[in-house]
Design a protein around this ligand. Sequence first.
Ligand code: GTP
Ligand code: MG
Length: 172
Amino acid sequence: RTPDRCFKIVLCGDSGVGKSSFLERFCQNTFNEKTQVTIEIGFQMKSLVIDSTVISLQIWDTAGQERFRSLPHSYFRKADGVVLLYDITCEKSFQSVTSWLVNIQEVDIDQSAVIILIGNKEDLATTQRVISTECGKRLAEDCGAFFIETSAKTGHNIFETFDYMARTLQTR
Ligand code: GTP
Ligand code: MG
């Protein structure tokens, strides 16, 4: 079936938080312990059926490493949704969330764009967590974002993230 609606989603966040893994889990349902740093922006397409509407998501994976970060502003400007990730075991990636948000605002993201803040690597929560769920929630509230903790390794909440995104966009 041809899609009824099509939305553009951009993944962003520091290097190593798991953006490529997150996308791979959602699109291929696989996970690699060893990944390569993303140096080129690319996208994958994935369709979801929500209440008998076929929604096609074009999901862009971006480079977290500063030296590869040459994000043309249009990537964000035309985005319907942004998935901003940090790693719950990495304080620095959490601190970077604010500057990612500033970056996004600077490129005039559409005011109606849906922003989801993700605390990834939830599978490491019992042994290596440094950012509490409460801290993540509070930050998300402060910036008007929805908040979810996920694991690209186990698949926890990955589908739910895109399902929520698609449902929210569909009702706009
Ligand atoms: P850049 O491309 O440099 O921006 O990094 P990235 O955000 O795409 O990170 P990537 O997906 O390459 O993952 C970095 C490392 O974290 C890899 O070793 C992954 O296997 C690991 N990783 C990603 N997601 C998870 C997760 O949910 N749990 C655990 N335990 N490891 C993860
Ligand atoms: Mg990557």
